[in-house]
Ligand binder design. Structure first.
Ligand code: C2E
Ligand code: CA
Ligand code: CA
Length: 401
């Protein structure tokens, strides 16, 4: 472990640099970002890893100097990267960085000076910091989110009240801890934590990145679970800037068939249907012209706006070459039309008896949507396993790209 005076000397001697570890999208299979990881490069060329000096710096307020010292380096590195590819770059912060507003102010000023897009930058905060954070820390983080800078909860699933913290903070991303990712293939319990974390993040509109992915099976499992991004030695270690850029320029493709997102769409639709049906059934029990009928708690009624619709007309469109995907459009629009019709009838004073036959049609149309989604998921799963067991077969054949 290094001493504080050695760290002070290293700042003066400009011995710190960032290495970059790639993040890959499980939708496109391409590198979409990186995490900046600090390295201490000694004059003799040897490298000191962060675990040997960050804890010492964190025990004093020295960590704040390290962070501020690294910011302009990060900005300069990002300008070089952006010439090659628009990437989202995250970097690590410590609780002390948010004790006062110096760090947040400096970061915002630099983003402006360097003319970087705020949403190309992401600040990582560990779950334990977020859990223990007082109001001051929250107050100093807020301006960053307001400016559009991403906020990632690091080491997610290692703390205790993740759900509670997640709902209180403006997180845009959660990073599944590498310990949990490492154990998920061997432990059903860990697999369940991974799956339910992903599902919850999906409902909150937060992205998920899995850290510490070291093997093909983990990559595949995360694709099937609906995870958005992966990071780990399976893709690459953290590399010095020049090597990282060469790596990005190679334009490697990893398999990126988001089967898990089809599964999310299945659950999304079930939840949509349930919310609508229960709102309607509750409302018909109230008298005609009552306020409760006019103010039903409705899900998104437009077919582009429900979660399934947003997926279908957005990311899901990568399946447009598949006949099953095409055939989903009409039944999905139909079920929304029927939902709207039912809603109007209830507002106009219809009784349970009046709407029962139409509710039945609604349920049938919804079953068609679910059946098609299920077929699409099965077909994609088959192709995913086919493509990863046969090196010559490519997912692009399946997607007809
Ligand atoms: P972290 O933020 O959880 O970063 C992930 C660590 O896991 C990195 O170690 C990374 O190299 C390593 N890693 C990535 N993929 C794999 C994998 O597939 N398998 C395994 N076994 N490990 C993997 P690194 O670079 O040694 O960083 C260690 C910790 O030091 C970081 O953990 C972070 O908490 C801290 N750190 C790194 N850079 C900074 C920085 O600039 N500022 C602050 N405050 N902390 C930093
Ligand atoms: Ca991190
Ligand atoms: Ca981490």
């Amino acid at each position: 472990m290094k001493s504080e005076s050695e760290i002070v000397d290293a700042i003066k001697g400009d011995e710190f640099a960032f290495f970059y570890q790639s993040k890959v999208s499980l939708v496109t299979g391409r590198i979409v970002g990186a995490e900046a990881l600090i390295r201490w490069i000694r004059p003799d060329g040897s490298i000191v890893m962060p675990d040997d000096f960050i804890p010492a710096a964190e025990r004093s307020s020295l960590i704040k100097d390290v962070t501020l010292h690294m910011l302009p380096k990060l900005m300069k590195d990002m300008l070089i990267m952006m010439d090659v590819e628009p990437l989202v770059v995250s970097f690590n912060t410590s609780a002390q960085d948010f004790e006062d507003d110096t760090f947040a102010r400096t970061l915002l000023k630099m983003v402006e000076t360097f003319r970087l897009a705020p949403n190309a930058i992401q600040v990582e905060i560990t779950e334990s910091v977020a859990l223990g954070a007082g109001e001051a820390i929250r107050r100093n983080i807020r301006p960053l989110s307001q400016a559009g800078i991403g906020l990632a909860m690091d080491d997610f699933a290692t703390g205790y009240s993740s759900l509670d913290t997640l709902s209180k903070w403006p997180f845009t991303t959660i990073k599944l801890d590498q310990g949990i990712v490492g154990r998920m293939m061997a432990s059903q319990r860990n697999a369940t934590i991974v799956n339910s974390s992903i599902r919850m993040a999906h409902e909150l509109g937060v992205e998920v990145i899995a850290e510490g992915v070291e093997a093909r099976e983990q990559h595949q499992y995360l694709m099937e679970s609906g995870c958005n991004h992966i990071q780990g030695f399976w893709i690459s270690r953290a590399l010095p800037l020049d090597q990282f850029i060469t790596f990005v320029e190679q334009d490697n493709r990893w398999s990126g068939l988001p089967v898990g997102l089809i599964h999310m769409a299945v659950i999304d639709h079930v939840q949509w249907r349930k919310q609508l049906a229960s709102s309607l059934l509750r409302a018909v029990s109230f008298p005609k012209n009552s306020l409760q009928r006019a103010n039903m708690n409705l899900p998104a009624m437009e077919c582009h706006e429900c979660r399934l619709g947003r997926w279908y007309y957005g990311e899901g469109n990568m399946f447009h070459g598949r006949a099953i995907f095409q055939s989903l459009q009409k039944p999905h629009a139909d079920v929304h039309d029927t939902g709207l019709r039912l809603t109007q009838l209830v507002i106009d004073g219809a009784s349970l008896k009046d709407i029962t036959p139409i509710l039945r049609v609604f349920a049938e149309q919804s079953m068609i949507v679910l059946g098609l989604l299920q077929n699409l998921e099965d077909e994609a799963l088959e192709n995913l396993h086919h493509s990863t067991s046969d090196e010559n077969y490519h997912l692009s054949n399946y997607l007809q790209l």
